[in-house]
Structure formats: structure tokens, C-alpha cells
Write a protein that binds this ligand. Structure first.
Ligand code: PEP
Length: 253
């Protein structure tokens, strides 16, 4: 029922040429190795159309790193769900901690993005996760519960049942080389599933794919994937290196 997914968030890295080359080399690897996990890559917006074309005959799905909370209009620099769909993009990351930190995005606003994605038959990858001080003060469950609950409160359960991916990404583990232990990650993933179950029912919770993100690398992926509620990974830095990323993909059995 739950999908096994390994997703790469390329962030604001790679030139156009480098991004195309990485996508094509990844596709060659995927064709040769036929991994169990579904693979998603999220290049910068600017490259989405070309990489979608390059991967037309591939099993790799191309996602965007962000989407506007507005449907259309005078929102300079934003890209809407409809526009993304018009170039073949069907999945978008929303609520990444870098968007929350540098663009002050909040849960209700992130929920609007999810609504627009669903209106166009698209899927969100909703990122949630606590800061270091939240964990140190024992508030990590409260923080994550609020993030999940507010972002999902206005969504139609039928959409959630069909298409919901959540990524638990503790902010203190993103790009820092510090990973949550498999036990810490499992504990939070089970809590997120329970929170979704309380809010939208077990049939939604049991279908939700929950990815772990935060310094996942070729060395720690296997132990994380052994945890019952960890369905896959959202990978930042290590997704830029083909050998590291494909080792992580292979670890998702
Ligand atoms: C991310 O940005 O989603 C992420 C998990 O980054 P990293 O793997 O580099 O910690």
C-alpha cells in the first residue's frame, strides 16, 4: 500500500548542463538496475521542462522544489501548480525547512499550496521537522503535530488517500552531517502516522508514504530503511553524487 520512494532534492545546485547530465546518468543506472524504490528528482524550476523531456521514457519522476500558494496573477517570481502541470510536473515539495526559514512560510500557507496541487491532480511532498531547540526543550512532537495538522486540515481526505507523501526532516539534521538515529526517526514517523490517523482516519494514515530526510547518505540509509514506518528518503546533498544516490536507492529494498 505504502510507496517506497527515494527522492533527490537538488536545491539551487548544478548548471543546466550538469543537471541534464546527472539526470541522464541516473536514468541509465535505473534502466540497468531496476530498483525497487520509485525515484523522484527535484531540479530547479528553470530546468524542469527539459529534464521532464529528457526523462520522458524513464520511470524517474520529476518534481518541483516549490509551488505558489496562489492560483495565478500578480505574484512576481512565483510558479503556480497549473503552470507546473502544463510542463508535465505532477509532484511538488512544499514546506521545506529552507522555505520556512528564508521565506517565512507558515503552515496555513503551506496548506494552500497543497490544496492547489490537489486541485490539479498533483501530489505534495509535505516537509515537516523540528529545530534543534525544539528537540532540546522536548517540544519536537508538539511542533511536528502542529505542522502536519495545520497543513492538512482543509484537505479532502480522498485526495490525501490517493496522494500524500510526507517528509520528516529534522532541521538540525539538514545539510549538517548529523542524522537522526533510526530509533529517533522511527519514533517520529510513527507519531506522524498516528497524527494523520487521528485527523483523517486510518485509511489515509496507512496509505501515507513517510520519507526521512536529513543527511541521509550511502552509509546510513540501510539502517534507516529497516525501520517500520520509514518508507524512503528525501535526500539533499547526497543526491548530487550519482554513486551516493544510487547506493541509497539500492538500500531501499
Ligand atoms: C533536504 O534538503 O531535503 C535534505 C534532506 O538535505 P540533506 O540530505 O543535504 O541534509
Amino acid at each position: 500500500m505504502r510507496r517506497k520512494i527515494v527522492a533527490g532534492n537538488w536545491k539551487m545546485n548544478l548548471t543546466f548542463q550538469q543537471a541534464r547530465e546527472l539526470a541522464l546518468r541516473l536514468n541509465t543506472w535505473v534502466k540497468a538496475h531496476k530498483p525497487i524504490a520509485e525515484i523522484i528528482v527535484a531540479p530547479p524550476h528553470l530546468y524542469l521542462e527539459q529534464i521532464n523531456k529528457d526523462l520522458r521514457n524513464s520511470t524517474i519522476t520529476v518534481a518541483s522544489q516549490n509551488v505558489s500558494a496562489m492560483p495565478n496573477g500578480a505574484f512576481t517570481g512565483d510558479v503556480s501548480a497549473e503552470q507546473l502541470l502544463s510542463i508535465g510536473t505532477k509532484i511538488s515539495i512544499v514546506g521545506h525547512s529552507e522555505r520556512r526559514a528564508y521565506h517565512y512560510e507558515q503552515d496555513k500557507y503551506i496548506g494552500k499550496k497543497i490544496t492547489h496541487l490537489y486541485e490539479h491532480g498533483m501530489s505534495p511532498i509535505l516537509c515537516v521537522g523540528e529545530k534543534l531547540e525544539d528537540r532540546e526543550q522536548g517540544k519536537h512532537f508538539d511542533v511536528v503535530e502542529e505542522q502536519v495538522t495545520i497543513a492538512l486540515e482543509r484537505q479532502d481526505p480522498e485526495n490525501l488517500k490517493k496522494n500524500l507523501i510526507v517528509a520528516y526532516e529534522p532541521v538540525w539534521a539538514i545539510g549538517t552531517g548529523k542524522t537522526a538515529t533510526p530509533d529517533q526517526a522511527q519514533e517520529m514517523h510513527a507519531f506522524i502516522r498516528k497524527t494523520i490517523g487521528n485527523q483523517h482516519g486510518l485509511s489515509v494514515a496507512n496509505r501515507t508514504t513517510i520519507l526521512y530526510g536529513g543527511s541521509v547518505n550511502a552509509g546510513n540509509a540501510r539502517d534507516l530503511f529497516e525501520q517500520y514506518d520509514i518508507d524512503g528518503a528525501l535526500v539533499g546533498g547526497a543526491s548530487l553524487n550519482l554513486d551516493d544516490f544510487t547506493t541509497i536507492i539500492s538500500a531501499r529494498k
